[in-house]
Design a protein around this ligand. Sequence first.
Ligand code: ADP
Ligand code: MG
Length: 292
Amino acid sequence: ATPMAVLTSTGRGAELGLFIKGARALESTRAVDTVLFDKTGTLTEGRMHVSAVVPVDGVPAEELLRLAASVEQGSEHPIGAGIVAAASSTADVDDFTALPGRGVTGTVDGRCVAVGTARMLADTAVELPAELVRRGAALEATCATVVGVVADDRLLGLVALTDEPRPSAPTAISTLRAIGLVPRMLTGDNLRTAVAVAARVGLDPATEVTADASPEDKVAAVRALQAAGHTVALVGDGINDAAALAAADLGIAVGRGTDAAIDAADIVLGRDDLTAVAAAVELARRTHRTIR
Ligand code: ADP
Ligand code: MG
């Protein structure tokens, strides 16, 4: 690449709200044929609001939210901010631990509290009553993300959070298809929620969604596509995406994402506009023609 063509392109990129980290990023962008999107905070706004609290019998909803929010205070995940905003009070937390793609744990009022996915809860001694499983599944089918709250190995209930798709997501996906790329969702959230969101942004829920992916699973998904001969871009925002952003041929971080994602990425989207992904590919293709 001639320095001048690259400079012009990175300048044009800046106008599109793209921060492109160097000439190699442009080269990878040109070759991309598959674009994997994280869900929470990437295809969606990442502004989660509590839409339902489902306590088990005898637990006040306020107490459920207070314990959950006390632990979530330390979280960088949109789920944490949503739960903290919904609680009217919080207590101090000790021994806070974030388990990316799974949840958070900590000690509150001397009790060991965990908030996270059904899979994380399955690893604890906790049993989920059938009625709660049914209500959780019904909430997930409406696009909500459902987390369980456990204190001292006892399930206190579920919290459902909703998050709107970004307005630019459907156009971003249809534009990628129009220029010959394959878009997909790669999320740590559960399949029911993932499928419901996929349908709203124009992804095929049957063939273009991979859910329940841990941070390691996201890396494995990138590598599997690469092994099949694809050049893969991953668009993400979270700590849970950082390793996969680095593994991808092209890592694209959402500008308001976590520092870990921004550091690992080759391109940062300065605006919340996902159509910039297709614009970056078109820009890179044009830059290549200029250079040739
Ligand atoms: P995504 O890939 O959609 O951004 P993540 O990998 O960040 O999702 O998270 C996957 C799942 O892990 C979430 O849907 C949630 O169930 C759980 N999780 C992650 N962080 C938290 C948290 N701070 N509190 C509760 N649950 C969490
Ligand atoms: Mg995310």
